[in-house]
Write a new protein. Structure first.
Length: 641
């Protein structure tokens, strides 16, 4: 029996090829290189374009190869098989790159380490069948891994004894940790890389490589501490500001009737834009999808303009954050792409400020409560009364989303329930969802009208425009119906309506390009800012306008040319309109900051006269510096009063 067993083992040994040490090392290097290249192949964009950037900045080659080299070596020391190590490395790297591909296409926002906490969101998005699964990519990933496993079965690697394996593993881990702390997190290295606008995060990931950018962004949600920041100095300044505010009459230009507290209703409408007003469209006034919006905006009961949002194509919650906190997402940190993720404790925001002033606050959104961590964040902002998708029935969906019509009915129901027999005015912040991407014909279970254009466009562009503008029409009709309802409302009410961001229409602004629109061109300040601009309006119902000279109120706001303002000022406008001066020192400061720097966006500033600049005066620098310090103090150091 013993002899037979020895023959069998010998037979098995002959059946497997054995690599010597030099070949094993070469194979390990080759497999780590293959894993790095496959990661680049899977990520969005052309691998040829990415490698061209690498060739011009060769350090990027090492930055993207090194993590795969460490992982391949580490798994080799653990499993003692070079091909198994390559398979494990490819599995991890390729799947992360694949998730980045899908997330970037879905949200125009790359995959970063902080997104591991959003795993449930990702699974839900994929299971909704709205995403391209990229079957060829998946076949490439698992086909490559299968081949490596088969090679590992038949080819044996040279392997050191366990003390050397342990030492090698520790050395690789130490090397990776050292590289993370000294190289991958180095902001100077990142800022010195050339060839792409750093504000275009998806393009940064595509150009500099997913592996490097993923590791560079491992701490995705920091709040940068400004140079020269001092908590004591801030509190001293706040104390002075608060003392001065006590000498200013509350409701200083808001009231003909003392202490009027109107209901305040915010409606942030998914992907709402005024694209159909462009000359390339041939709509008549009444056929325009924006007809309802125009009726409301042109009313003497309204003021309207454009809002400069922090994001293009995605980042809905960032717009919520900007408006409610008065803090601009893009000022948090160059690495922070989701503002709600920095909110980890109770902070002073509009809901908390108005609640302290006697308001009853509520939030409604026909979406999932954990999406963007809203169920936690809104409580941190001061709202405990939260309404999500559970309040809606399946029949209230239109296509893939809860319809704006159903959103309106729920809003009316909630307004009536929360104001009837209540002595408290209502502060409501609501977010619609119907016109969320993707804009494909199958989104609606019926045929939508074709977009009316003066120029020919591709079938893909016509599909995206037709579906998107059908949603705009539904949103616009919802707005008009809401104002008609509120005009019959006995209590004074202010409605604030705005879009959360422009829609993503095609890859790399392709639909906008076909239309010849100045979106995504970034040729100057006006061009850059137009990419992030969406409509806003503030409207007062008849009960409000009968007590307040609304147009006189608006005149005192000193709005800049074109009524163009950054998103972090919109809530401050409402704060000022409703005479809340003295209620919060930061929102008090925003009133003067807006009059000095009405637009701060992606490296450009618009001044009150409508001119654009990238160089600020000493006074303007002081305003920007104060906003920057307020940001950090409010989110990290401020104690609630």
């Amino acid at each position: 029996m013993a002899t037979g067993n020895m023959v069998q083992e010998a037979g098995r040994s002959k059946a497997r090829l054995r690599m010597n040490w030099p070949i094993t090392v070469v194979i390990l290097l080759a497999l780590s290189g293959f894993a790095a290249l496959s990661c680049l192949y899977i990520q969005p964009g052309s691998i040829i374009d990415t490698l061209a950037v690498f060739w011009g900045q060769k350090f990027l080659i090492l930055l993207n190869w090194f993590p795969f080299l460490c992982l391949t070596g580490l798994t080799y020391f653990i499993c003692k098989n070079a091909f198994y190590a390559g398979a494990i490395t490819c599995l991890i790297g390729d799947l992360l790159s694949y998730v980045n591909l899908v997330k970037t296409e879905y949200r125009n926002d790359p995959f970063v380490p902080g997104d591991f906490g959003l795993l449930k969101e990702g699974v839900t998005a994929v299971s909704s069948f709205q995403l391209d699964p990229h079957w060829s990519i998946l076949a490439f990933i698992f086909g490559s891994i299968l081949i490596l496993i088969i090679l590992g079965i038949f080819i044996k690697s040279a392997a050191p004894r366990w003390p050397w394996r342990l030492a090698g593993s520790l050395l690789l881990v130490a090397s990776f940790v050292f590289a993370m702390s000294t190289v991958y997190l180095d902001k100077t290295l990142y800022s010195n890389l050339e060839g792409v606008d750093k504000s275009n995060v998806p393009l940064v990931f595509q150009s500099y490589g997913f592996a490097y950018c993923f590791l560079h962004n491992y701490n995705l949600y920091p709040v940068d501490k400004p140079d020269g920041y001092s908590k004591a100095e801030m509190e001293s300044w706040i104390e002075t500001t608060t003392t001065d505010s006590e000498n200013i009459e509350r409701n200083d230009h808001a009231t003909a009737e003392e202490n009027l507290q109107p209901n305040i209703i915010f409606v942030m409408c998914e992907a709402f834009s005024d694209i159909s007003d462009a000359d390339v469209f041939s709509y008549t006034e009444t056929e325009n999808p924006l007809y309802g919006y125009h009726v409301v905006a042109n009313s003497p009961q309204a003021v309207s303009g454009h809002l400069v949002i922090s994001n293009y194509g995605a980042g809905t919650a960032n717009s919520e954050f900007d408006v409610l906190t008065g803090i601009q997402t893009n000022m948090l940190s160059e690495n922070t792409s989701s503002a709600f993720r920095v909110v980890r404790r109770n902070i002073n925001a509009l809901p908390r400020i108005y609640t302290a002033a006697g308001y009853n606050s509520y939030f409604m959104h026909p979406g999932i409560s954990w999406y963007y961590n809203r169920s936690s964040v809104y409580r941190f902002l001061g709202i405990d009364d939260l309404v999500f998708e559970e309040a809606f029935a399946d029949q209230e969906m239109t296509g893939w989303r809860i319809s704006d019509a159903a959103f309106l009915q729920q809003l009316i129901t909630d307004i009536e329930a929360r104001t009837q027999d209540s002595q408290q005015p209502l502060f409501a912040f609501t977010v619609s969802i119907e016109n969320h991407q993707s804009y494909m014909y199958q989104k609606y279970y019926y045929e939508v009208p074709k977009a009316e254009l003066n120029i020919p466009v591709s079938d893909e562009a016509m599909e995206a425009l037709s579906v998107y503008l059908h949603g705009v029409r539904n949103s616009s009709d919802m707005l008009l119906e809401l104002t008609e309802y509120l005009d019959s409302f006995a209590e004074p009410t202010l409605l604030i309506f705005f879009g959360d961001h422009r829609p993503t229409l095609g890859q790399d602004y392709s639909v906008y390009r076909e239309l010849g629109l100045d979106v995504g061109l970034d040729t100057d300040g006006a061009s850059t800012i137009s990419t992030y601009s969406v409509p806003w309006l503030i409207w007062g119902n008849q009960a409000y306008c009968q007590q307040i000279d609304f147009q006189e109120q608006i005149a005192q706001l000193d709005l800049p040319a074109g009524n163009l303002i950054s998103s972090n000022y919109l809530g401050a406008l409402v704060y000022e309109l409703t005479g809340m001066h003295g209620a919060d020192p930061y929102f008090d400061y925003l009133q003067s900051a807006r009059r000095c720097l009405p637009v701060i966006s992606h490296g450009y500033y618009m001044l009150p006269d409508g001119s654009y600049t990238q160089v600020l005066s000493e006074e303007q620098e002081a305003v920007f510096d104060r906003l920057d310090k307020w940001k950090y103090y409010r989110l990290r150091d401020e104690a609630l009063r």
